[in-house]
Design a protein around this ligand. Structure first.
Ligand SMILES: NC(=O)c1ccc[n+]([C@@H]2O[C@H](COP(=O)([O-])OP(=O)(O)OC[C@H]3O[C@@H](n4cnc5c(N)ncnc54)[C@H](OP(=O)(O)O)[C@@H]3O)[C@@H](O)[C@H]2O)c1
Length: 264
């Protein structure tokens, strides 16, 4: 059953694109922003409970795009709003990040069963709490593409602007196009057999920063030439990981093609 009325909490980069896509498919959508008076949105601030009354009383599904933290506030929001939705077996989707996965080996592949833990963001305990109550957690890679909010995120421009000057070129980057996040979210919204699961949302083709930089015709940064001491420190601090999307590919169908950042 496709939901007829969906609440998208947070009309940011992904949320605004998701809302546009759902609306074009005939779904009634309510979106939120933190500021009052945003066009086509209602005000909602997780930490300001007086704004919660702006949310629609009845919806068939919720997509929560903001980080699920702090836990006490997430619990309060569950008690006040999400519980009745989840109890009536309607979908609730919450976005997480691949930063949750903890790996021991450099370049290790990770899937949804890989060990994960709390990061400094503190969002994972909120994600766990909501998952236990029946929500899906979509674990997103780095998002690129052009959003319906007018913002563009592109690997090439990150390199041009020098955002990656401290990056370790021998680490993998796991990415996903915003349109694929939207399509995956829409699919999972009406696939009740996957309720309550964690699902990775990446293109399944992790890329080394080194290859990305060279592909776009830039020179490799000087500071990251091979110094065995630097490499050893990096290996100890945070091993690189490659995120599998096999589960998502099976949900989307074997012929579904994810957009590739290198093709762009
Ligand atoms: N960007 C990435 O590469 C990436 C990678 C992995 C995972 N993620 C995660 O995926 C999700 C979506 O990413 P995005 O790039 O679409 O994020 P975004 O553009 O920052 O949008 C987040 C939305 O949540 C709203 N929001 C934030 N804090 C809030 C609060 N305390 N109360 C109420 N609303 C709040 C924001 O409101 P305003 O519109 O008023 O600002 C915004 O609409 C996020 O959870 C992000 O952490 C992102």
């Amino acid at each position: 059953m496709k939901p007829q009325k969906v609440l998208v909490v947070g009309a940011g980069f992904v949320g605004s694109s998701l809302a546009t896509s759902l609306r074009s498919g005939g779904v009634q959508v309510c979106c939120t922003r933190r500021q009052e008076g945003g066009e086509g949105t209602v005000q909602f601030v997780l930490e300001e409970e007086e704004t919660w009354g702006n949310l629609p009383k009845e919806v068939d599904g919720v997509v929560w795009t903001l980080p699920a933290r702090p836990l006490p506030q997430v619990r309060r929001f569950y008690d006040t709003y999400l519980q009745s939705i989840l109890d009536s077996k309607k979908p609730v989707i919450v976005y997480g990040t691949t930063g949750r996965y903890q790996v021991d080996e450099e370049h290790q592949w990770v899937d949804e069963k890989t060990r994960y833990g709390q990061t400094a963001s503190g969002r994972e305990e909120g994600e766990d709490f909501l998952q236990e109550k029946g929500a899906n957690v979509l674990v997103l890679g780095v998002i690129w593409g052009e959003s319906k909010n007018g913002e563009t995120r592109a690997l090439k421009s990150w390199i041009e602007k020098g955002y990656i000057k401290d990056v370790d070129i021998d680490k993998f980057l796991n990415v996903v196009h915003v349109d694929d996040v939207v399509k995956a979210t829409e699919e999972i919204l009406h696939r009740s057999e996957f309720r309550g699961q964690v699902i990775n949302v990446c293109d399944g083709h992790p890329m080394l920063w080194r290859d990305i930089i060279l592909w776009f015709g830039f020179e490799l940064p000087q500071a990251t030439t091979h110094d065995p001491n630097v490499t050893a420190t990096r290996l100890l601090s945070r091993p690189s990981k490659r995120v599998s999307n096999i589960l998502l590919q099976s949900i989307m169908g074997k012929d579904y093609k994810f957009k590739m950042a290198m093709d762009a």
